[in-house]
Design a protein. Structure first.
Length: 282
């Protein structure tokens, strides 16, 4: 069994690599120079070995050639490609320039969806990024030792309406709420920076709501939290974190919950009606 791993930033690629190898997959890693950690080389060298190819974001022709030469029919994207990198400047090759001329919006989702369509044209299916990491998906209900109090529950209910609207507009997937007022909205800066800004603006007692998009494509840009998220909340004095059950990944789970419980942070998983996911599956 073969699988391609398109590696962005963070620990996500490492977790997918370990999980895929444990299931017997032969892994070909395509690491994005602007995003992936150099440590992916060391991780790939561990048995069973994986092959690593380093390319820049704009080298779409080289990317397709790697997929073809490796004989791949499936690939998974793991790790964020930061929105700001789209505007930070990259040098597209001819294949990328042709793709860019056809996309309707210069946002991450539109670009990656276009790349996924191009991959399919070349016989490679981009599958759900959670395919190997289902145990790390957030559960439903109260996940921490402390449950939200009445005031925090009101902030959550208010926050869900606001966050769903913002996510539906493809602005961001995280908002901060206090006293049923929106304190901060995520855009390109990311979740942790949004939390930090909320603490600076409103002080302690902020509720953080992180949601999936209404038609979340689980092939890419899946909501992710980890220990650094809790650390950012502790510094900001944020007291509640809500995630969409089954549609957000929790990394560093043991340390994540230990730190949250130590700080008295309430964590909940919002139950959502079952929806058909975009993209392929394993």
């Amino acid at each position: 069994m073969k699988i391609g791993l398109i590696a962005g930033n963070g620990r996500f690629p490492f977790l997918v690599l370990d999980a895929a190898r444990s299931l017997g997959y032969d892994v070909t890693i395509i690491a994005l120079k602007e995003e992936a950690s150099p440590e992916i080389d060391e991780a790939a060298a561990r048995e069973p070995k994986a092959t690593v190819h380093w390319i820049s974001i704009g080298q779409l022709g080289a990317f397709l050639k790697i997929l073809k030469d490796a004989g791949l029919t499936q690939a998974v994207m793991a790790g964020q490609v930061k929105h700001i990198k789209i505007f930070g400047g990259f040098v597209p090759d001819l294949t990328a320039m042709s793709l860019l001329s056809r996309v309707k919006a210069m946002n991450t989702d539109a670009l990656i969806a276009a790349v996924a369509d191009l991959m399919r044209e070349h016989g490679v299916e981009l599958i759900n990024s959670t395919a190997f990491l289902e145990p790390l998906l957030a559960g439903a209900g109260q996940l921490s030792q402390r449950a939200p109090n009445e005031a925090e529950r009101k902030d959550l209910e208010f926050g869900y309406r606001m966050a769903d609207a913002i996510a539906g507009l493809d602005i961001g997937q995280t908002i901060a709420v206090k006293h049923q007022a929106v304190v901060a909205v995520e855009a390109m800066e990311g979740t942790d920076e949004t939390i930090s800004r909320a603490g600076h603006l409103a002080g302690a007692g902020v509720t953080i709501v992180k949601v999936a998009k209404p038609n979340q494509d689980l092939r890419f840009d899946v909501p992710v939290v980890g220990l650094v998220t809790i650390q950012a909340m502790r510094v900001a004095g944020a007291t509640v974190l809500s995630l969409d059950a089954g549609r957000a990944l929790i990394f560093d789970r043991e340390a994540f919950f230990a730190s949250a419980n130590e700080a008295g942070i309430a964590i909940v998983g919002r139950s959502l009606p079952r929806r058909s996911d975009s993209g392929g599956g394993r």
